[in-house]
Design a binder for this molecule. Structure first.
Ligand SMILES: [Zn+2]
Length: 256
């Protein structure tokens, strides 16, 4: 018997179009188990997410889910890139195997932003990472920051329509940034007292990235949320004050 959470995650990944082999690797179960659950749950067929409607919110007039887009933009700026395929483009999002819930969320969000494309995942077990992949020639329309070279070696600027979405949904954008290039960790501090040492635990958030432009975008989103932050290193934004951590917990929270 597998835990219900594992079964639910496997069904969700199947529903989003994950291959049985990849799904089995991510969930740590046999391919037979995946097939069995998939056969018993036809409601989550991959075709549910496919439509023949216009494919692009920028050049095709399709509506865009702004909250999902703000989150996906954060993931893309943190751990995503776009490659050029044959007459198309591929969006890749790197997700750590340590956080299967975030992997499922990345797949779900990608499907919401580009419902005309199936979402795949490719497991790289040697680096404990799974890539979420989606193929569409319209990914550069949605992420015009796409360009040659690494993100920290080129200018990253949002277009006015992107800035408007980020301004309206700074919490979703910050969640994407912190879920990709950030973490929430517990600092343990020892206080010597008369009756013996006492340990105190303080949660804090870090966002680590090498692009000054992406730092600026992260800092602006935190300002908009009223979250105090500072640079603890040139590459690292730190949120450590108790009330700032509590405020950011409303939007980000621990990874899962
Ligand atoms: Zn387009």
């Amino acid at each position: 018997m597998y835990p219900q959470g594992t079964v639910e995650l496997a069904k969700l990944l199947s529903g989003l179009g994950a291959l049985d082999r990849e799904n089995a690797a991510i969930c740590g179960v046999s391919i037979r188990a995946i097939r069995h659950w998939r056969a018993g749950d036809r409601r989550t067929s991959p075709d549910r997410y496919r439509t023949s409607a216009p494919t692009c919110p920028r050049c095709g007039g399709r509506g865009l889910n702004d909250e999902a887009y703000a989150y996906l933009l954060g993931l893309y700026l943190g751990d995503g890139h776009i490659t050029v395929g044959r007459r198309t483009h591929i969006l890749w999002l790197a997700c750590s195997d340590a956080w299967p819930g975030l992997l499922a969320l990345a797949m779900q969000t990608t499907a919401l932003v580009m419902p005309s494309s199936k979402v795949f995942c490719a497991s790289h077990r040697e680096v404990a990472c799974t890539y979420v992949k989606s193929v569409s020639k319209h990914w550069p329309c949605l992420f015009p920051q796409h360009g040659p070279g690494r993100k920290h070696e080129r200018k990253i600027e949002l277009e006015p329509w992107q800035q408007e979405i980020v301004n309206n949904h700074p919490g979703d954008f910050a969640r994407g940034l912190f879920h990709s290039d950030g973490c929430r960790l517990i600092n343990r501090v020892r206080r010597p007292l008369k009756g013996g040492d006492r340990w105190y635990e303080y949660p804090r958030y870090l966002f680590v990235n090498r692009s000054a432009d992406i730092h600026r975008l992260c800092g602006e989103a935190l300002d908009r949320l009223g979250v105090a932050w500072r640079f603890s290193k040139p590459t690292t934004i730190s949120v450590a004050r108790r009330e700032a951590v509590a405020r950011l917990d409303e939007f980000v929270g621990p990874k899962y």
